[in-house]
Write a protein that binds this ligand. Structure first.
Ligand code: GAE
Ligand code: MG
Ligand code: MG
Length: 391
């Protein structure tokens, strides 16, 4: 088997929350006609520059054409050199590697007629508990609609949420207090995500107030970006476990060696695919730390890949964040991944277990608008420029 061609299709998908996000669908073909699909998920983050897609496609064809898709380690080794770790949460090189890694796994699974989890060694579970995101509130006017959204998602079976906090403590407190009054015993909070907004002491002070209002499993990103010492200080004083997004394998080691976190937030979009994610999970195992699978809000292909990762993960002791397909209103797939009672179900078909509708893909590619706007708080928080606090 030899890789013959890789194609990149830009698409945009609106979210129920009023923003739209840009993704790249990856199609990989071998000389004998086998096909695999992958995804570079959610490019609409800072830093605010984007791929030169024709150039990226040209380069990837040059790198991959003629290669044996079964030699995953070799392709990965090349890609890590050509697209090295960038060390931030929205690493473009991580996304390039994710796109190729997912398409390769999908292709190999289809050729052998096995699900991707089989390629990863098999499965320990057939579902993963996941939570729905409540995006950051910057004004108290945003509290009511978000509580209504919790109710709406509960009706669909999602009894687990996570809440982004730290920009407006008054709004946070209002939300968390009213959440407890309205949903206690019916909906659980997986995490309060500070997204590296506050220094560790301010986070600790906010947490003291939040602790009086609600119960939750863990705190995420409790110190500024790259402040491993701050995370360590916070964790020493925290009654609850804390997690941080792992940026690359050495960062994972740094977090664990410093005792900065209880939980590694492991994500294929950031680390560059399934194989890289499995390495981080092994690192957590070695440190007797915990793992959760995070998200950039992938579409169906990216979420299916996460499901296969979850199936094969030896350490996975907290719920994941992977509900992108519940958030986006358009995708290129024939049938979406399945959720049941706040669980993402591991697909059983060959490859990633997702069928692409090429007509839909064509339509979405033609209509894709890659505009980003200049509403920085909205880009950071994933909220729309029409939110009350933006007035
Ligand atoms: O920090 C997180 O856990 C989030 O998933 C964060 O990365 C979001 O901004 C996400 C999104 O697009 O909603 O990427
Ligand atoms: Mg986070
Ligand atoms: Mg994202």
């Amino acid at each position: 088997m030899k890789i013959q061609r890789i194609q990149l299709f830009p698409i945009a998908s609106p979210r129920q929350t009023g923003i739209a996000n840009q993704h790249v669908i990856v199609k990989l073909e071998t000389a004998d006609g086998a096909i695999g699909w992958g995804e570079m998920s959610d490019l609409s983050h800072v830093p605010m520059y984007q791929f030169d897609l024709p150039e990226l496609e040209r380069m990837l064809n040059e790198l991959l054409r003629g290669k044996d898709p079964r030699n995953l380690v070799k392709i990965e080794d090349d890609l890590i050199r050509f697209y090295p770790d960038e060390g931030h949460m929205y690493s473009r090189s991580g996304l390039v590697r994710q796109g190729v890694d997912l398409a390769l796994h999908d292709l190999l699974g289809r050729v052998d007629n096995v699900p991707v989890y089989t390629l990863l060694g098999g499965k320990l579970r057939d579902r993963m508990r996941v939570c729905y995101p409540i995006f950051r509130m910057r004004s108290v006017e945003e509290v009511g609609p978000n509580l209504d959204r919790v109710e709406e998602k509960l009706q669909l079976g999602f009894d687990l949420i996570r809440v982004y906090v730290g920009a407006n403590l008054e709004a946070d407190e209002l939300f968390l207090g009213q959440f407890t009054d309205r949903f206690k015993g019916r909906v659980t909070i997986k995490s309060l995500d500070f997204s590296n907004l506050l220094d560790w002491r301010r986070t600790a002070m906010a947490v003291e107030r939040f602790d009086e209002l609600c119960d939750y499993m863990l705190i995420e990103s409790a110190a500024p970006r790259n402040d491993i010492e701050g995370l360590t200080q916070f964790r020493r004083r925290s009654r609850r476990p804390s997690s941080e997004h792992v940026l690359h394998i050495h960062h994972g080691w740094q977090l664990l060696a410093a005792g900065a976190v209880d939980i590694l937030n492991v994500s294929p979009y950031l680390l560059g695919g399934l194989r890289a994610s499995l390495r981080l999970i092994a690192l957590a195992e070695a440190a007797r730390a915990s793992v959760l699978i995070g998200t950039t809000q992938e579409l169906n292909l990216g979420t299916a890949a996460v499901a296969h990762l979850a199936a094969a993960a030896r350490i996975l002791d907290y719920p994941g964040d992977n509900t992108g397909p519940q958030l986006y209103m358009a995708d290129t797939v024939k049938t979406p991944v399945q959720y049941e009672n706040s669980h993402l179900i591991v697909p059983e078909g060959p490859g990633l277990g997702i069928e692409i509708d090429e007509e839909k893909l064509k339509e979405m590619t033609t209509n894709a608008q890659w505009t980003f706007g200049v509403d920085l708080a909205g880009v950071l928080d994933r909220t729309s420029a029409t939110r009350p606090s933006a007035k």
